[in-house]
Design a protein around this ligand. Structure first.
Ligand code: ADP
Length: 480
């Protein structure tokens, strides 16, 4: 088990992998080149020996021809020359006449016998042959011996031993092996240091990340070794920056939540304390304070409800209950529900439906999103103002527009109003029962439907929210 773990660890090690690759890349050519050198040196030897043999044999053959040796063999000088040539090449010379009879054999074994070999026949045909016998390790050369009239009178077959090649080859093999071992050792040492050189930047990155993560928020890392490590460092730093922003916004959120939850409790406490502090409080005052306390409790519970809605809408946990929704009917029901609120301030509330719209949506959530927009349009309006809601669609999206004649939102606030707990005018928001979470919830719901919401406003003139949502809902990767 332990051995397996160690083996697994080393198999995955970049260091070991690099060493093995460098070793393979370094030693394989060494071995191949060594073998090629041994082979080519052997071939060269055979070739040069053959040339030399041919050169000397041709010289002897021309002497044989000149002195017509085959007709008159009692020429001791020539006989000695033939014997010497055979000895020199540690081989054998055979002279065959036109009847294929062996007239001379330096081994004196075949004289008087016949030789009708392929080589002899082709020599009588006028061409000489040369070959190397791998098994017997000898060279064989057959040359035609012509008479004075130019006709082929006989054939000289000469063989030359190449046995010395074996020992030469063994010697070369030994040298090759030594060269591969020494080269291999050098390559091994070089690959160890080279791989160390390659792995060093990676180790440096790991160390830098390690020491950076000791810090709770993480500190940026700086690496200048090579372009790749700089890239890793930059990517890591970008990720850290995102994590820090996330951490900050989480902290901000927690502090906002605590503050929001504390405000009604503080009011309740002040109201309760002032009742306790007074003696003989009239019943009317009790009633008034108690109804204030009840309103604060309502507020607290509203904040908690909105918070819970927010948490549930958190993208990672959100589950949409998608179905085909008649958006026209949904809009009508929202406006019907909010009409009493509008009437309180004599705000005119109109719905303009340009066409029937049927879309894929989570009706409950979308209803909440639009309700928030229309409710805001009424809340942040002026007395006797108007709210115009319109519904339209093209082949891909449907559009909901909520326009009001209210107090408007300064341009610099447009980006912030969708943040959690953000209010342009805190006092007014609180007075109207706002928690600062409505638009954050709305935006969340619209994003879950893969839609978008935009705001346009002019201070003192009014505000228009435009929502665009795809008619067909397509689940994206990672969504539940
Ligand atoms: P709240 O609960 O305070 O209404 P929201 O998230 O719904 O919180 O809105 C955030 C802030 O945006 C509000 O406090 C208000 O200042 C501003 N706001 C939203 N809608 C409108 C609107 N139609 N007209 C003017 N101001 C608006």
């Amino acid at each position: 088990m332990k051995w397996k773990r160690i083996r697994g660890k080393y198999r995955k090690s970049l260091h070991i992998r690099l060493i093995l690759i460098l070793l393979a890349v370094g030693i394989a050519p060494l071995a191949v080149i060594g073998r090629l050198l041994v082979y080519s040196s052997r071939e060269n030897h055979i070739r040069s020996r053959m040339t030399e043999l041919q050169y000397q044999s041709v010289a002897v053959v021309s002497e044989l021809e000149e002195r017509d040796y085959l007709s008159n063999m009692s020429q001791p000088v020539l006989t000695a020359e033939i014997d010497q040539l055979a000895r020199f090449y540690r081989g054998r010379i055979i002279l065959v006449d036109s009847d294929y009879r062996i007239r001379k054999d330096t081994y004196h074994l075949a004289e008087g016998k016949y030789n009708i070999s392929e080589e002899v026949l082709s020599c009588f045909g006028g061409s000489n042959t040369a070959r190397y016998d791998e098994e017997g390790q000898y060279l064989e050369l057959s040359l035609p011996v012509s008479g004075k009239d130019g006709t082929v009178k006989g054939v000289m077959v000469i063989t030359a031993s190449m046995e010395f090649l074996t020992s030469l080859q063994d010697q070369l093999e030994d040298q090759r092996r030594t060269a591969v071992i020494i080269g291999g050792l050098l390559v091994a040492v070089a690959s160890f240091f080279l791989s160390e050189l390659f792995v060093r930047p990676v180790k440096k990155v790991a160390r830098a990340i390690d020491s950076s993560s000791q810090d709770s928020v993480g500190s940026d890392i700086q690496l200048e070794d090579c372009a790749e490590t700089v890239q890793i460092a930059q990517a890591y730093n970008r990720m850290l920056a995102r994590l820090r922003t996330l951490d900050e916004s989480r902290q901000q959120f927690v502090s906002n939540v605590s503050h929001e939850l504390k405000t009604p409790i503080t009011s309740i406490r002040v109201l309760a304390d002032s009742l306790i502090g007074q003696e003989e409080v009239p019943v009317e005052l009790y009633r008034e304070f108690m109804s204030d306390i009840s309103a604060e409790i309502d507020r607290e519970s509203q904040i908690i409800d909105d918070l819970l809605a927010m948490v549930r809408l958190d993208k990672a946990n959100a589950e949409l209950n998608i179905s085909g929704v008649n958006i026209n009917e949904m809009m009508e029901s929202i406006l019907k529900r909010l009409r009493p609120l509008a009437m309180k301030r004599n705000v005119e509330l109109v719905l303009e439906s340009f066409r029937p719209v049927q879309a894929d949506a989570d009706e409950v959530k979308l209803n909440l999103a639009v309700t928030n927009l229309v409710e805001n349009a009424i809340k942040y309006n002026v007395d006797n103002g108007w709210v115009r809601v319109s519904l339209n669609a093209d082949h891909q999206f449907f559009y909901i527009k909520v326009a009001d004649s209210g107090i408007g939102i300064p341009e610099k606030e447009w980006d912030h109003i969708f943040e959690r707990f953000y209010r342009v005018d805190k006092a007014r928001s609180r007075a109207t029962g706002g928690t600062g979470l409505g638009l954050a919830i709305t935006k969340n719901i619209i994003s879950l439907h893969h839609g978008a919401v935009r705001v346009h406003s002019a201070e003192g003139e009014g505000t228009t929210f435009t929502v665009r949502i795809p008619l067909t809902y397509r689940r994206q990767e990672g969504e539940v």
